[in-house]
Design a protein around this ligand. Structure first.
Ligand code: PEP
Ligand code: MG
Length: 302
């Protein structure tokens, strides 16, 4: 098992020929993450769930301070509230998976977004950390622009959009023009691309991250000339991590327990090998074929 001690030894991610791929952790609160390069996704729902009214700016400021303090000098990406059908928050006016969720909460409750950005900016000032901030479920360039403007108004200079909706993936270039970075939420991108509820285990075959249509969308987003990361469960699959690196993804964020295996896989393959793997996988027409192709090429190379 991965303990705090083994995490101390993770070190930065790179391919065998020295190409950097940032390896970051997904966290859901002020979890201790010693030794990681940084945090690619702070899920902030922990602050909002199970209460009848939202946390105040002061309460949030204290919580973000706890998250940021151990990460000063490292990358940390904080995601604004992503309540929705799976994490309902009555005061946030959330609805179905196709309704009010993620950044859309700001339509009904712009005050929630403003308070969250203000609290994060204050916590950054308190700690000396320079968090990146990103919004979930961004669907259009108009939404991305509105979010980036709001973030900058609060003095948060690095704002990003999560790419979790096919419309956003198809128009990732327009969205990237409005923000500083993109982060692909492959869990939701799979859900919305395949019209398959991510909570239905019966539909696991459709939600398979090796589905060619999902990989097409990710490959397209990876071509955008701004920092692009993957922070869904797909990033934790060592073979897929090689594919993503080959597509040009610059950072992978995952549950900390998955970091050592992904780091080992990257270190055993060169960037040209990753590119070859990605190209071969893109020619596959089923998830099984994509996976088998990647496995065969990775074994031959590593
Ligand atoms: C995702 O959708 O892939 C993601 C990282 O966000 P969450 O799982 O919190 O919706
Ligand atoms: Mg998501």
């Amino acid at each position: 098992p991965v303990t705090a001690r083994t995490l101390l030894d993770i070190g930065p991610g790179r391919t065998a020929d020295g190409h950097r791929v940032e390896l970051l952790a997904n966290i859901g609160g002020p979890d201790p993450v010693p030794g990681v390069e940084g945090v690619g996704l702070v899920r902030t729902e922990f602050l909002f769930l199970g209460r009848s009214r939202p946390p105040t700016v002061r309460e949030q400021q204290a919580a973000y301070r706890e998250v940021l303090a151990p990460l000063v000098g490292r990358k940390v990406v904080v995601r604004t509230l992503d309540a929705g059908s799976d994490k309902p928050i009555p005061y946030a006016a959330t609805g179905s998976a196709l309704g009010i969720r993620g950044f859309r909460i700001a339509r009904a409750r712009p005050d929630l977004l403003r308070d969250q950005l203000e609290a994060l900016a204050r916590a950054a000032a308190d700690t000396g950390a320079t968090p990146w901030v990103m919004a979930p479920m961004i669907t259009t360039a108009t939404e991305a622009a509105a979010f980036a403007t709001a973030a900058r108004e609060h003095g948060l200079s690095t704002a990003g959009a999560m790419i979790e909706v096919p419309a956003a993936a198809l128009r990732a270039g327009d969205i990237a023009a409005e923000v500083d970075f993109l982060s692909i939420g492959s869990n939701d991108l799979a859900q919305y691309t395949f019209a398959a509820d991510r909570q239905l285990t019966d539909l696991a075959d459709l939600l398979d991250p090796w589905q060619p249509a999902l990989l097409d969308l990710i490959a397209h987003v990876a071509t955008i000339p701004k920092p692009v990361s993957v922070c869904g469960e797909a990033a934790a699959d060592p073979l897929l991590a090689l594919v993503f690196a080959g597509m040009g993804i610059g950072a992978l964020s995952m549950a900390p327990v998955s970091l050592p295996a992904v780091r080992t896989a990257l270190a055993a393959h060169t960037l040209p090998q990753c590119r070859e793997l990605a190209a071969a996988v893109r020619r596959a027409t089923t998830p099984a074929e994509a996976r088998a192709t990647a496995r065969r090429l990775a074994e031959e190379a590593g």
